[in-house]
Design a protein around this ligand. Sequence first.
Ligand code: SAH
Length: 213
Amino acid sequence: MDFEGADEFSEKREHMVADLIANGYLRSERIIKVFLEVPRHAFVGEANERFGYADYPMPIPGGQTISAPHMVACMTELLEPKKTDKVLEIGAGSGYQAAILSRLVKKVYTVEIDEQLAAFARANLNRVGVKNVQVVAADGSQGYAKAKPYDKVIVTCATPEIFAPWLKQLKTGGLLIAPVGVGFYQELTRIRKKSKGLESQNFGGCVFVPLRR
Ligand code: SAH
């Protein structure tokens, strides 16, 4: 697949991006450019390709979901991605969020507990030619100590708490974003790790599939 150029879904992708901008989810020029480039239809499974640009979550293997585009947009903006960043993602799922980040940062490690999904994410990322994402099949509640420290951590499954390894593996000055909660709804939470303590900000309600162990 030609990752850079036009494809049969370019027009749908442009509409999706225009809506995300109009609704205030996409703001940064760099991030907008990447949303226009990354073919989301390549991450939803072949049978669902034509629904790849609708703004809702979609089923992927293992009873999981690819997050809705507006949620990926929102979390990507909140993560303030920099070219030099090394990012840890918990919950690779389809690999779409990782693919978006791959074009905005230096390197992404994405941990996925379901081996079948880890393979799905790898296949999707390969298909679009992403090279700087490593998919790790493991329980992400432990983070991924091997590649620490990270500039940013992004959790894309509903988590009951901010697990200690995530904060430990995060650089001072770094950002962590996670949907925190145990019920149907979670609070989208961003934490900045300061030299002395943590600064926490809440960005409202969201709905993610739960973290499993
Ligand atoms: N970021 C994904 C969407 C993730 S859906 C995308 O862009 O498509 C949430 C994912 O978290 C699911 O794939 C689920 O299997 C995974 N998950 C749940 N518990 C986990 C855990 N403890 N460690 C790693 N991944 C986990």
